[in-house]
Design a protein around this ligand. Structure first.
Ligand code: MN
Length: 234
């Protein structure tokens, strides 16, 4: 493409008008490189504009590449409000945290031995366990030989390109939590199928990520009673 005809500014202006996000820059070899993301129609219209160019531009060739943008592409389907989530800390034979996500009226559940993390570098084992009823979400107190506190709760959105519950069936599910302690994007990635499927729970890189943090240690108290599991006693 030919530079010096206001192509870059014109392309950026047109992209903004179309509701696309991204950037545009002039390369030393005279080409103009643009990255556009947003609604499919808007991106297509930006590409169309690049083919035509502004007045005076002589466009010789336009090539397009799809790019995977971390934290964007994965949330192509977003804003699907899905219902409740809860994390219950459970002192049992083995201490763990139960992550429960409301899916089709039941709470799909994973036992997370070390609990969730807000650090995207940390991968936490999450063992899929039996579904629970929604009424259990508020449960706090003695349970068998152990005890439970509601460590976090809130609502969540189902994300990703694959709709739920298909995403869970396929073994890769991304979601956005709106809790009192946990916020932002997370992913559940199944690593081992079978009777007790094993998954990894991973914080996605976004504005809510807290590299180096240990939220389980930093925020031990129940969001219901304000007491920690230790204080709850037996
Ligand atoms: Mn449990």
């Amino acid at each position: 493409m030919v530079q010096g005809v206001g192509f870059r500014d014109a392309a950026a202006r047109r992209a903004r008008e179309l509701g696309a996000k991204g950037w545009v820059r002039n390369e030393q070899d005279g080409t103009l490189v643009a990255h556009a993301e947003g609604p499919e129609d808007a991106v297509r219209a930006v590409v169309h504009f690049l083919h035509d160019g502004p007045p005076l531009a002589r466009v010789t060739e336009v090539t397009t590449d799809g790019v995977a943008v971390e934290g964007h592409e994965q949330f192509a389907i977003r804003g699907v409000s899905a219902g409740a989530f809860v994390v219950q800390e459970h002192a049992a034979t083995a201490h763990h945290f139960d992550l429960r996500l409301e899916v089709d009226g039941v709470m799909r559940s994973w036992a997370v031995p070390k609990g969730p993390s807000m650090d995207p570098a940390v991968k936490r084992l999450a063992v899929e366990v039996e579904d629970h009823g929604r009424t259990h979400n508020k449960f706090e107190g003695a349970l068998g030989d152990g005890r439970v506190i509601v460590w976090d709760r809130g609502t969540y959105e189902q994300g990703g390109r694959v709709a739920w519950p298909e995403a869970l069936t396929r073994g890769h599910a991304v979601f956005v939590l709106h809790g009192e302690k946990l916020h932002g994007g997370f992913a559940l990635q199944r690593t081992r199928p079978g009777a007790k499927p094993q998954w990894l729970l991973i914080k996605r890189r976004d504005d809510y990520a807290q590299p180096g943090s240990d939220i389980v240690a930093e925020r031990p108290d129940s969001v219901l009673s304000g007491r920690s599991l230790q204080e709850t006693g037996k």
